[in-house]
Design a protein around this ligand. Sequence first.
Ligand code: NI
Length: 172
Amino acid sequence: MAILEIYTFPDQILRKKAETVTVFDQELERTVQSMLETMYVSSGIGLAAIQAGILKQIIVIDLKSGEEDKSLREPHVFINPKIVTQSGTTVSEEGCLSVIDFRGEIQRAEKITVEYQDVTGEIQKMEAEEMMSICLQHEIDHLNGVLFIDHLPLLKQKMVKKRLKKLAKVEA
Ligand code: NI
């Protein structure tokens, strides 16, 4: 297991498309474990492999990531996830480990059904709503090179991106 480096906006790696996972082996399991560990130390509730520079369709989510008691954790792993149905709309505040110093209100589908593979390659299905639905949509976006700030109204989006680019330069 290793703690992975997380790439942040405006790094161009975050704009790449992740590839389908076809081999379900020990290396995949190690990658998943490292992603979970990285998510926990970063206090995030979700992480897509692409955020760590791994161009594979792998997502980890744990809505209980913030629990002090580790036995309460609920890690979920989604390989090659696809949204197969969606309904309704909901607006909530989002943040991202790859977007430092900004949170914003984003509109998403309210309920979704996701088909994915587990770490053994077995096909699974999940009906998600509320936080799980929002988090899944956010992470699946990452696999397609999309960030949550891309969903902001255009004017606000321009402003936010300009400010974040400036901030990144100062930190570099
Ligand atoms: Ni994110």
